[in-house]
Design a protein around this ligand. Structure first.
Ligand code: IPE
Ligand code: IPE
Ligand code: MG
Ligand code: MG
Ligand code: MG
Length: 296
């Protein structure tokens, strides 16, 4: 699996920015410590990389896109803390270290998640941002809808309800699109919203097609890796889906069927990017390639 060349320096900038933002809003409390623990120690940073790569397609600088990238990653980190809680997936390992509730305690893990979620919106509404009020509202709205009860949170609720139950293909696709796809799509759309110039409706429609396919592919690959990878590489417990009787693509279509789905979704991603002929979508294509070929 080849990590695209531009990933390493960009990831480093994102990691530094995450440290800076968290330090800026931190205080001497266990809560700040638990929030930092769950954000800065690991993570591929695929979502913030997507935000910045999309913004760059529309001429924005890394600095201009960084607040949106940070906000998306904070929401993602919160979703992982809650996803691992005993009442949800009950996982002990995340990003190669004890999950937040194991390192601290359950109550603090819930609060750290809450804190990261609200901090994301605080970052986007900061007076110091160079964006217009309209752009800020667009970013806040897109992120709220994607992560809230019409997006990730709903997907998570369906995921839990579906443990041990049979989900048909359509219901499974909806659950994946909600729990994972929506936030990945928001990462991309926030990149577009953060550019100086307005991105046109036609371009947004194409981006949206790309984002839907990539978001779904991301979760199907996550389900595949739960079977074919190992705990050390993943930094989270391999086999967790089977242990919890989760509805996944491999459980419904088999490994080969799930792999075919990923390949098919990658084609949709590529076709969508081909339609964005006025911008350089090379980095977005490389990210999509990474997402479908990744082993971690
Ligand atoms: C894991 O996401 C959770 C899913 C939505 C599948 P990532 O695979 O992006 O996790 P990190 O951020 O790299 O740890
Ligand atoms: C996606 O599903 C989780 C979120 C929306 C946070 P998973 O439960 O499969 O994620 P992992 O495998 O624990 O990272
Ligand atoms: Mg889960
Ligand atoms: Mg999980
Ligand atoms: Mg998983």
């Amino acid at each position: 699996m080849l990590l695209p060349k531009f990933f390493t320096p960009l990831k480093q900038e994102i990691d530094e920015a995450l440290e800076t933002y968290l330090a800026q809003y931190a205080n001497a409390s266990k809560l700040s410590e638990a929030m930092r623990y769950s954000v800065v120690l690991g993570g591929k940073r695929v979502r913030p990389i997507l935000t910045i790569a999309t913004a760059q397609c529309f001429g924005a600088s890394i600095d201009r896109a960084m607040p949106a990238a940070i906000a998306v990653e904070l929401i993602h980190a919160y979703s992982l803390i809650h996803d691992d809680l005993p009442a949800m997936d009950d996982d002990d390992l995340r990003r190669g270290q004890p999950t937040c509730h194991k390192a601290y305690n359950e109550a603090l893990a819930i609060l750290a998640g809450d804190g990261l979620q609200t901090l994301a919106f605080q970052v986007l509404s900061d007076d110091k941002l160079p964006h217009t009020s309209r752009q800020k509202i667009n970013m806040i709205q897109e992120l709220a809808i994607a992560s809230g009860p019409q997006g990730m949170v709903l997907g998570q609720a369906i995921d839990l309800e579906s443990e041990g139950a049979f989900l048909g293909l359509e219901a499974l696709e909806r659950m994946h699109a909600l729990k994972t796809g929506k936030l990945i799509k928001a990462a991309i759309m926030l990149g577009a919203h953060s550019a100086e110039s307005l991105v046109g409706d036609a371009e947004k429609a194409v981006l949206s097609k790309f984002a839907d396919a990539l978001g779904l592919a991301f979760q199907v690959q996550d389900d595949i890796l739960d079977i074919i990878s190992d705990t050390e590489t993943l930094g989270k417990t391999q086999g967790a889906d089977i242990a919890l009787n989760k509805s996944t693509y491999p459980s419904l279509l088999g490994l080969q069927g799930a792999q075919q789905k990923v390949d098919q979704l990658f084609k949709v991603c590529r076709q969508a990017l081909d339609q964005l002929d006025s911008c350089d979508t090379g980095q977005l294509l490389e990210i999509a390639q990474f997402v479908v070929q990744r082993r971690l």
